[in-house]
Design a protein around this ligand. Structure first.
Ligand SMILES: [Zn+2]
Length: 290
């Protein structure tokens, strides 16, 4: 029975992820390119933001959105230079960050945390779509004149999240640890944890230099102040829901009370205020049980 419950919960979670993008008409999507710093760019289409390093060694991509967008992404890369795609780093396994693997994996080496490969393997994809280099804690890629550090942050948005530091350019791709200006999705069925996420954002805030440029998993190009605001809102909303759980309120009552108006815009994106309260409630209750 327990197994069946897990299966149903997992199926709902997967369905929800797919449903969130099912309405997308990929043919109408335009890829927007933004210069971040030095030889680093950010590409936006639909799904997770893409980071690009382009230079004399060729091209390195961080995440690749969806397979139907691969040709458009390739065209956007051509505008940046004729370099060959050499490496593709997956920040985590979600389909809006790895959907293009099936195309780009035929030409580049895919790198990810070991759990990303494990989770992608569960979907039995063609082998080109799987990372060929995996790591447990961190690795470095020496590319286009700088060290690109890929560091695992366990139990945050999933159990396989990496943050990518372009150390020479002072740019970081945070993956889905950071949803800039909006409530984040935390994948509790895949090792995600709200308190783990908050702890890791705290750690990043102490490590980043003040003028760092941040490519968030979702949302616009950001800076350290944006990450500080995000952290404050995660802490404040978690405290609010935790307090109500401790008062004995159930999820329906907490949802009915809602969150203060001042955070309304944070629920206008992918994760509504109601859904964020559900995630907070489930994660905090689980942590309390543990
Ligand atoms: Zn994600």
């Amino acid at each position: 029975m327990k197994h069946l419950t897990y299966t149903i919960v997992a199926a709902i979670s997967v369905f929800w992820c797919i449903a969130a993008w099912a309405q997308t008409d990929f043919a109408r999507v335009k890829i927007k390119t933004t210069h971040v710093a030095d030889n680093i760019y950010m590409l936006e289409g639909v799904g997770g933001n893409i980071g690009v390093s382009v230079g004399p060694d060729g091209i390195l991509l961080v995440d690749d959105q969806f397979a139907p967008l691969a040709e458009k992404i390739r065209n956007a890369l051509k505008e940046l230079g004729e370099g060959q795609l050499k490496f593709l780093v997956n920040t985590h396994f979600h389909g809006d960050h790895t959907g293009g693997n099936v195309v780009f994996g035929t030409e580049a080496h895919i790198i990810s945390h070991a759990n990303v490969r494990k989770r992608l393997q569960l979907k039995s994809p063609p082998k080109e779509a799987l990372p060929v280099v995996t790591f447990d804690d961190s690795l470095s890629i020496h590319f286009n004149g700088e060290e690109i550090r890929v560091i695992h942050f366990p139990n945050s948005h999933t159990d396989g999240d990496s943050v990518i530091f372009f150390t020479g350019s002072n740019v970081v791709h945070t993956g889905d640890l950071f949803f800039s200006g909006r409530f984040p999705y935390v994948d509790l069925d895949s090792g995600g944890d709200v308190e783990g996420l908050i702890r890791h954002i705290e750690q990043l805030l102490t490590e980043f230099p003040p003028d760092v440029k941040l490519i968030p998993g979702h949302g616009p190009l950001s800076d350290l102040d944006d990450l500080k605001t995000y952290h404050q809102i995660l802490v404040a909303t978690a405290d609010l829901v935790r307090g109500q759980i401790e008062e004995g309120k159930n999820l329906d009552e907490i949802k009915a009370a809602g969150l203060p108006q001042k955070w309304r815009s944070w629920g206008a994106g992918f994760i509504s205020t109601g859904r964020w309260i559900e995630i907070l409630h489930r994660s905090l209750v689980k942590a309390g049980d543990g």
